[in-house]
Design a protein around this ligand. Structure first.
Ligand code: GUN
Length: 286
């Protein structure tokens, strides 16, 4: 039977460390780290994510504030707010929840956050630092994925990793992190030919395609480690909806270890947001 990688428990341990780091900063006479979240419009999923992020801040002692803006806000007004937050010494992290309304240029808005406060790691400067292995703030989900992999495998040197999905938020940054640790990385996507045969070679599979049950049991090599980043709501047998990952979880008992959905990668993303905020505060305190 494959081991279940318990993302909730591992995120809980990371939160304990983050709380200890916050307490240490406060004990040294600094203000508690501060995170500001910007939410434009009232997309229900974004509302849930933002609420979870704010609650998580409270748990570890990070000060949080929220700017809720109507979806009619102009790009200019949003950029003015970010410019103000960029120079506010009480704000160490700025997170602008995406998606943004269509009339707003998301790249322009995310690029307006100073890289030092970009706790999402989405700014082109942080993306460039990651791809050149020169530090910076690392995006939360890829950072969480690496921590989960390391609970099973210490040394990734020469490991064959197949990443399914090439998004800017998960696929590309996680590929860069894996390369930094000397893994052999194959990034695949919707137009990749012969995906099952490629996946079958992998020691580690990172499934981030957003396609429910895409990865079947027969795609998976005996003893592989599977990180399932997918999370899609589908109709369940009982008439209610349920969350499913990109991996047919019930078919991969021959894997070494697998993350569940929910309770795998998801909790790590928020825990890494908190640790990124503390990192940003520490850098600001010098
Ligand atoms: N929307 C969905 N996931 C994320 C995330 O990690 N950060 C931001 N800013 N928006 C998101």
């Amino acid at each position: 039977m494959a081991d279940i990688i318990d993302g909730r428990a591992i995120a809980g341990q990371l939160d304990e460390q983050t709380k200890a780091d916050v307490d240490a900063l406060v004990a040294a006479g600094h203000p508690a780290p501060g995170l500001t979240v910007i939410l434009v419009g009232n997309d229900p999923a974004s509302e849930v994510y933002v609420r979870r992020k704010i609650e998580a801040c409270e748990r570890v002692g990070i000060r949080s504030s929220e700017h809720r803006l109507p979806d009619t806000i102009t790009q200019e007004a949003l950029l003015t707010l970010i410019a103000r937050l960029n120079v506010d010494p009480e704000v160490h992290g700025i997170l602008c929840q995406v998606p943004l309304p269509e009339h707003i240029d998301t790249g322009k808005v995310l690029g307006a956050i100073v890289p030092e406060k970009d706790v999402d790691g989405f700014h082109p400067v942080n993306v460039g630092r990651l791809s050149t292995g020169t530090g910076g703030i690392v995006p939360c989900t890829p950072l969480g994925i690496m921590k989960l992999i390391h609970t099973v495998i210490d040394d990734l040197t020469g490991k064959d990793v197949v990443v399914i999905g090439k998004s800017n938020i998960v696929g590309k940054p996680v590929a860069n992190l894996l390369l930094e640790e000397e893994a052999t990385v194959t990034v695949t996507h919707i137009h990749t030919h012969g995906l099952p045969d490629i996946v079958r070679k992998a020691d580690i599979i990172v499934a981030a395609a957003g396609a429910p049950r895409l990865v079947r049991g027969f795609w998976v090599k005996e003893g592989a480690v599977i990180i399932d980043v997918g999370i899609t709501r589908v109709p369940g047998e009982d008439g209610k909806t349920k969350l499913v990952g990109d991996v047919a979880f019930d078919e991969v008992q021959h894997a070494k270890a697998v993350t569940p959905v929910p309770g795998g990668v998801g909790p790590m993303t928020i825990a890494c947001l908190l640790s990124n905020t503390v990192k940003a505060a520490r850098a600001a305190y010098g």
